[in-house]
Design a binder for this molecule. Sequence first.
Ligand SMILES: [Zn+2]
Length: 371
Amino acid sequence: MYKINVFQESSSDSLSFNVFEFGTGNGPTVYIQSSLHGAELQGTAVIHELIKRLKSISVYGQIRLVPACNPRSINELCGPFTQGRFSPVTGDNWNRIFWDLANPSSLQNGGLDLKSFVANHFHDSFESIRFEFKKQIGLTLRNRLSSAYGTSESKILAFTLQGLAADADYVLDLHTGSCATRYLYVPIHCRESARAFFMPCNLLVPLEFGNAFDEATFMPWVHLQAQFREAGREVPLQFESYTVELGSEEIIDLDEACFDAERILNWLGSKGVISYKTSKTFPVSMACHLKDYKSYYAPVGGLLDFCVKPGDVLKEGQVMGNILRIDQIGTDSAILPILAEEAGILVSHASSSNCHKGSEIFLVMENPEPL
Ligand SMILES: [Zn+2]
């Protein structure tokens, strides 16, 4: 059984998108969105594939999907390219606009009163606490959206998307890298669960807030656990959210979208949201801690010839690329090789060969280990 509800959010003229819902069961609730960064297109192709597949799969809980969740960013072209990463109005990175709404410091801005919540529900069952906490998250966001002082354009989007995920147990935010392999940001408590995605690369991230969407959805539950602990009761951290990086920006691949959807369906099956288990085989999943995820920045400006591709295993000292220095052109010192400082796996490189001094050119997982 399945159903689809399509409705339009109409918080502002620039915020109008479709939301698809499957399932009405009592199982877990899942929220999946794509293309928050407008140039990162593959997730929307993957949601298309998921919607097609879910029509013939049993759903025990609820699955809410939002393709192209930031219409403004996907429409923001600059020449032939999608600008998409930053608000043209405020300069905000669209994935750094979100609100840590249960942080005690947010209370003065209309945040969730966690101390009162824990005092009022201290003796409740954990199931009841979860139910009430989700309601409080939704209410807090609705109240902020209807502030008598108005709400800025970026925050309208932030609070609307957080509101759509307010009742979720699981959240997936679908992005891409610049020119990248498939990889996953895995909150450290989700390491075991993440194996069901069969992602080739996995970054293990601490439970900290940096204004991103995945963090904004898991942090209320981190704060809830901490507040209960302070009050003398242990409750589990039973919430998972991931940023899922599906290849390179500015391009979709419908064949790859079938594999991407297969990974997500297998993970949904492992969480008991749907009845599904993949029969496909995937390459081994490798992981590193965020501290070992290294950016290389161009030491000089110039034009970069990439000698490695995303997913490649790197040896220490290997040439990853050569920068052609425009100021030295035609001389023996025009070529500057960029060497791997340590062995690792290339996750991503810049999408353009045109690099400035200080441009981020390579992203490498060092000290990789099986997930
Ligand atoms: Zn992104």
